[in-house]
Design a protein around this ligand. Sequence first.
Ligand code: ADP
Length: 446
Amino acid sequence: AGESYDVVVIGTGGAGLSAAIAAYDKGLTNVVLLEKMGVNGGNTNYSSSGMNASETKFQKEQGIEDSNDLFAQETLDGGHNTGDPELVKFMCDNSAGAIDWLDGLGVTLDNITLTGGMSVKRCHRPTDGSAVGLTLVPGLVAAVEERNIPIKMNCEAKELVKDGDAVTGVKVKFEGKETVLGAKAVILATGGLGSNPDMVVQYRPDLKGYVTTNQPGATGDGYTMAESVGAELVQMDQIQIHPTVEQESSTLIAEGVRGGGAILVNSEGKRFFDEMSTRDKVSAAELEQPGGFAWCTFDQQVYDANKAIAKYDKSGLVQKGASVAELAAAIDVDPATLQATIDAYNAITTSGATDEFGRTEGCIAFADGNMYAIKVAPGIHHEMGGVKINEKNEALDASGNPIPGLYAAGEVTGGIHGNNRIGGNAVCDITVFGKNVGEVVAEALA
Ligand code: ADP
C-alpha cells in the first residue's frame, strides 16, 4: 500500500496551515499538507487589510467597544443578507479566540483599523501596520515546521478517492508521478478560482477580460474535486471584484489606504462616491466614471501610516507631487478642481460638514505638502461562493448530509460572505474555520 495519513490537508494558505496546526495540537500528529505551487501561502500571502475580529483583548486594551453581535450584523448587512447567518455567527463568536490563538503562535495582530463596511475599529493588523498576509503566512509556516508537520511542495491534488460514500484518499501528481495518498479525512483548503479565467466566465460571463489579484495557483481545483464526490456548491456566481486594483501589475491597493484617509477621484479630479462603502458599490461607481478608473489619492500622513505604500512606490505605481498642483500635473487633472475636491473633503473633518457622498468613516483631513495618487480600477478578487459546509466544516451534499471524510475551510467554502465580503473578513474566515476544522477532525478521529 502507498502512503497513508490520518488527515491530508490540500492547500497551504491560511486555512490549510491553521487546520494542520490545530489538528496536530489536538493530538492528530499524522498530518500532511499538500501545496501545488512552489511557495506556501496562496492568496493569503496577498491579504493586506487585516483580520476582522470582535471583543478581542486588543480592542479592550485600546478602549474600542465592539460586540460579536455587531460584527455579525455588519457582516450580514455587508453581504446584503445573503450570507448564512449561522456560519456568520460562528465566525464572529470565535473571532476573538482566533486572535488569541494566533497571538499564542507568535502572530500578534494588535494594530487595529477600519475597512469599508464596519462602524468600529475591528480590522486587526500586525503591530507595525504592515500587510497581514506577510506576517500570518510565515508565522503559521513556522508553527507547522516546529511541529514537524510535512509539507509536500509542488504536489497537486488531482482527484478525491472514494470507498463507497466515504472519501478515503487523494490522488496526487508529485515528482512526475500520480499516486494515491490514503486518508481518514481530507480537508479541502484550496482557495479560489480567480486565476482560472474559463471558470470565472463559466459562473460570471460579465467578468470576461478582468485582471485578477489572485496567485497563479488559484484555479478552482477544489470546486471541481468537491463536486465530483457529490458536494454542493453554493453562490458560485458571487465573485467579488475589488475596487482598487492597479491594472498594469494587478496589484491590490490595500483598503487600509482609504481607511487611513485616502479619497478616490475620477479623471476630472472629482470625488464620486463614499470610498468606505462596500466593495461592490465602490467598484460599480468607479466603472461609471470616464475611462472606468479612479485615482486613489492621499497625503504624506497616509503614506507614512501604511507600510504597503512604500512597496507600491518602489514598484513604480505611485504618482506624486510636492503640492496638490504638482500632483494634478502628474496625473493630468485640473489643479483647481483637485484642490477644491480636497478642500471640500477636509471640511468634513475640520468644520464637521456633512459629506455629499455620505462618507463618515476614516475621514482624515489632508495636510499640505507631498501628495500621491495610484491609478486603480476593479479586478477579480475573491470567490465568495463555494463548497457548502456546516459549523463542523463538513462538506455537505445537496440534501444537506455530510460527505463522510470530506471537510473544507477557507475561500473554497461558500455562504459566509453572501454577495459582498467585507475587507478583513477573509482572514477571519480562514483562521476561525481553519482552526475549527483541524479541531473537529481531531475529535472525529479520536
Ligand atoms: P485560503 O485563504 O482559503 O487559505 P489560499 O488561496 O490562501 O486560500 O490558499 C490555497 C492554497 O491551495 C494555495 O496555496 C494553492 O496553491 C493551493 N492549491 C490549490 N489547488 C491545489 C491543488 N489541487 N493541490 C494542492 N494545492 C492546491
